[in-house]
Design a protein around this ligand. Structure first.
Ligand code: ADP
Ligand code: MG
Length: 300
């Protein structure tokens, strides 16, 4: 296992930030750590990366215990903290060289060049970090996390605060990095895990409430199939309820209706009903199943 977390509890003063948390992450996976603000995501990540100690329980990274063998753990782990603290007055190359020095990397100049290529910092490499956009600062953060070639990457909200273009670029970069490394990334955004992660662990109030493949978690959100239909004329709810295979009909607005139906075939019944009753179906849309519903159900 790349990461093994067993019965971790973290207490800050009187508050339990993590409450008996256990999970494991296999090598090569990209795992999303999803939860609302204050759920305990950053706390868990700081424990895994040896930045703070747990109160109870055990964490191993690539087989090394975070308390007994922190030096070895830090060798195996790259960490991009929340808010990506960087030295804004340093030049990109200078900063990466400095981090390379901290890790006592041989042939540092070459490694810095490699990292700049890997994260696509080429055109910005001679600037001061303070002059970079948020998206490029995240690239610097990813480069510093990977400079010592760790097996595991821990990324705390790596895309928060990025604009849609930067977001897409950083997601693509993370997916590419994930082909070679184990990645655990935290986020409070459902779409993020749907876009990047093989597995999703949902945490709420310091407890794990779901741990499954992102695909099957998404499917749990789908109670029944929902179709939204727009007719050209006014119809009543009672009329629409009588259509075979329809469990429920709710009016969205005007002639727009949401149908909760048994299966895909009910679409034909709706079209048939429209024809029989001199109605025209202007639009019919299948609501996409999503993780959002699961997330809301589990965290509220
Ligand atoms: P998340 O990253 O999911 O937003 P955190 O791990 O940062 O959540 O925080 C979990 C809970 O622990 C929050 O209620 C937060 O206020 C509390 N907390 C975090 N760090 C500290 C600290 N150093 N001292 C006291 N409470 C803290
Ligand atoms: Mg956090």
């Amino acid at each position: 296992m790349s990461i093994e977390v067993k019965n971790i509890t973290k207490i800050y003063g009187k508050q339990k930030a993590l409450d008996d948390v256990s999970f494991s992450i296999e090598p090569g996976n990209i795992v999303g750590f999803l939860g609302p603000n204050g759920a305990g995501k950053s706390t868990m990540m700081k424990i895994i990366t040896c930045y703070i100690p747990q109160s109870f329980g055990e964490v191993k990274v690539c087989g090394f215990d975070v308390v007994e063998n922190p030096i070895e753990v830090k060798r195996q782990v790259g960490y991009l903290p929340e808010h990506n603290p960087l030295y804004l007055d340093m030049y990109v190359k200078e900063y990466l060289d400095f981090i390379g020095g901290v890790h006592k990397i041989d042939n540092r100049q070459n490694r810095v060049k490699e990292m700049i290529d890997m994260v696509g910092l080429g055109i910005e490499q001679n600037k001061k970090i303070g002059a970079l956009s948020k998206g490029y600062r995240q690239r610097v953060g990813l480069a510093q996390a990977m400079i010592h070639d760790p097996k595991v990457l821990i990324l705390d909200e790596p895309t928060t605060g990025l604009d849609p273009n930067q977001l897409e670029e950083i997601r693509t970069l993370i997916k590419n990095i994930g082909k070679e490394k184990t990645i655990m990334l935290s986020t409070h955004i459902m779409q993020e895990v749907e876009a990047i992660c093989d597995r999703t662990i949902i945490i709420n109030h310091g407890k794990i409430v779901a741990n499954d493949s992102t695909e099957s978690l998404g499917k749990q959100g789908k109670v029944n199939l929902v179709l939204t239909v727009e007719f050209d004329k006014v119809v009543t709810q009672d009329q629409l309820k009588s259509i075979a295979g329809v469990f429920q009909v709710v009016k969205h607005k005007d002639n727009n209706w949401a149908f909760e139906v048994e299966n895909d075939k009910v679409r034909n019944n709706i079209f048939q009903y429209a024809m029989d009753n001199d109605l025209v179906v202007l639009t019919m849309q299948k609501e996409t199943e999503n993780l959002e519903a699961v997330f809301k159900k589990l965290t509220t």
